[in-house]
Each structure stands twice: as structure tokens, then as C-alpha cells.
Design a protein around this ligand. Sequence first.
Ligand SMILES: [Ca+2]
Ligand SMILES: [Ca+2]
Ligand SMILES: [Ca+2]
Length: 445
Amino acid sequence: MGLFDPADGSWYLRDTTGRTTRMAAFGRAGDIPLVGDWDGDGVDTPGLYRPEEGRLLLRYGRGPITFVYPMMRDGLPVVADTNGDGRDTVSLARHGNLYVMDGLGRGPAELDGPDPLPVPLPAGTEALVAGDFDGDGRDEVAAVRAGMVQRVGAPGHRPLGYVGPAIAVAGDWNGDGVHTLGAYDPWRAQFRLHGADGEGIAATVGYGSLGMLPVAGAFGPLPGKDHPPRLRPGLPAMAAGASGPEVALLQQELARRRLYRGPIDGEFGTHTAAAVVAFHKVLGVERTAEWGEEDSRRMANFVFPPLPERPGEPNRVEVDVGRQVLYLIEDDVLAEIVPVSTASGNLYYSVRSGGVVRSVTPRGDFRLTRYSPGWSCDWVTGWCIYNAWNFTTMYALHGYPEVPAYPASHGCVRVPLWEADWLARRLFVGMPFHVWDEYRPATRG
Ligand SMILES: [Ca+2]
Ligand SMILES: [Ca+2]
Ligand SMILES: [Ca+2]
């Protein structure tokens, strides 16, 4: 196994005896590390896919000579020997389709012969991993979705395993010619090697730090005389005003958990604080805006809460009044978690009705019926709301300057202004909109 550190481009290759060989800097932040046997000599060597430039950079040894190939931009790469000729190539997924490529660094249109047929991926595929999972000498590609790893193009096969929020890799850990899953859990700084059944964990290895990206391969004989990377599970406590690479790592991980949509700029500002509050809301712990000592352990165990299944509604909004968040579901996959503030349940004097009323957010199954972009002000009450999406004639989802961590509105569903801008690009009139206090999945039996 090995780790790529995007902070300085270092590669740490760990051999089976546990010794480390450090490779000179190769790559930078934003690159996706790859490992493969590009020339078929039985030794895996490093490579990088640079999504924003559409480039594949390969090394045939551990030396500094790099070969550059053009590739499609903004894809999800996976290394596999899909035709079983002993050479690894890089296939690419884009827009929900996998393009299997048996040549290096070419787009489907530039391949000899007919274009490869794109293989549809399961909706919400987050990552790809490949290996010879059945031991027939050819690699299979598997898709990772919500932590479950499933072979692509093989419906009915049982999943290869569950890696949870960790980053999946595959390898022949015991040398029997069959690949099994592994995963790197960056919050525990730990590799977990799965057994053949995909379930049992055969071994765990503490290695590296949060922010490093895993690779796995047969690296051949290595000198193994270098220091291993600094072992550091999790992130230290931090709060608004903090800045630096550790804040950027926090932002990156909050974004990976669909809790943060701001820039990865290493500045712990309002947006990062709101995402930390949302993280605490989903967990059901004290809703502070500070990243605490115990939060790294919580993040390591973080899974999305169960949500109601709604056949025929692949795109919808679920407002969880109990947790004070909303879930945006797209293509039946949880796309984003946005903090909200719903009705306080308190009594207040209503200028409009001329009496004391109780603030209540209606529960039930609605649709977004009307969109009012920008600020809308009520001339009777003087209240102004931003980017309002009505789900009844009286109540709307809207942006508001104050979105406290507790229910505070008069009945509407408030979101922070920047989230209202962001949601404006994802919501649509007619979209199903559900409001409930708590969801508990029915237990079988
Ligand atoms: Ca090789
Ligand atoms: Ca091949
Ligand atoms: Ca196979």
C-alpha cells in the first residue's frame, strides 16, 4: 500500500514488511494518484490524473521521468487491466458512464476500432476501484456508492463489500491471485484490508494522516529505508478565525459529507462554521460552531441518517425539523445537507392577523409551487425574505440573514443567504417538498 500527500507531492510506498520508501515529489493538490503496471513487467509504478487539465502523467519506474498523455477532463479515473494482457490502463467515468479504455491516455473517440460502449454507472457513484476480484486474470471495475462497493455491469452480483466513508482500494493482500477490497480511513489514519468475503477485516495498518490519498499495488523490491509519513489521526480542535491547511482539510471533508459548499480556502469563516453546526445537528449533539477534540472520532463514524424512501420522486427536498436540516435528494441520492431554522413554536403578536398566534411550520407532503427570486418584503410586517420557494400559500423555504441553530422562524423554513443562492440553482417549481419531525425506518420481522 502507499500514500500520496497532495500537500507536497510526496509518495510513501509501504512494503509487506512495513518499511517505507519515499519517492521524490510527483504531483500536486488536485491530482488523483494512480498506481499500475503500465509496461507489463510485473511491477506497479505511480501515475497521476489531473482532472482540470485532462492529463495522465505516468512513471514507468521510481525515477523522475514522466510520460504525459492527453485524457478527457473532469473524469473519475480507475486503473485496470480490463483485457487481461498484463498491462494496466486508465479507464474514465464521466456523467454517469464508464468508458473502458485498453489503451493509455486516449479518449474513446481516438481509440482504434469502434468506440467503447459506455457502461452506465449506478446513480450517485462516488468513486471507482478495480481488481481481479474473481481471479480470472482480468480486472473488474467496481463502483462505490454510499460506502457499498458493487461490480459495474454485473447486476445481481452480491456487493464486494462495504467500506463506509473510507476511500476504497483493492489489492491481492495474501498473494493468492485474487484481489479483495481494502480502504483507507483518513480520520483514523488507517488502512483496513478486507478478507475474501468482503466483510471481515483481515488486518488494519495505521499509516499516514488526514489529507493523504491511498494507492495499492505490487511495487516490487523497495529499499525501504525512509521514514514513514507522520502518523496523525483526525484534526485538532479549531474555531472561527483559524486558518491554514488543517482548516482546508476540514472543509474538504465537510464537503465530502455534503455539508459544505463553500471554497476550500483554509479560512474558518461563517460558511465553515455553519457547516460544522450542520454536522453537529445531523449527529444530534450540541450544536456548536466549533470543531472540538471529539469531532474527529465522530467524523470517522459519520454516516448519513436514514431517509424515507419515495418511489417516483428521485428529486426532492426533505426537511428534518428534529435535526433542523434539509436534505436535497437528486437521482435518489443524498446530494446535500443544508442547515435550516423552522418555526419556534412560540407565541408571538402577529401584525398581519392583529392577535397573538403560535408559530408553526406545517408538516406533511408538499410541492414547491412558486419561486420569488431576490428579496421580497411584506409591507404589513416589514419582514424581508430572500429567494423564497413557497410550499403552501403562506409558507416558504427562503434565505434569511439569521439562521440560528435552533427553531426560530414564524413558520417558514429559513436557510442562510448563501445557501439560498446555491439552492436557487438546484430547486424547481413542482419539486416534492416533505416536512417531518423525525424519521425512523421500519424494522423488519
Ligand atoms: Ca511496470
Ligand atoms: Ca490491459
Ligand atoms: Ca477477473
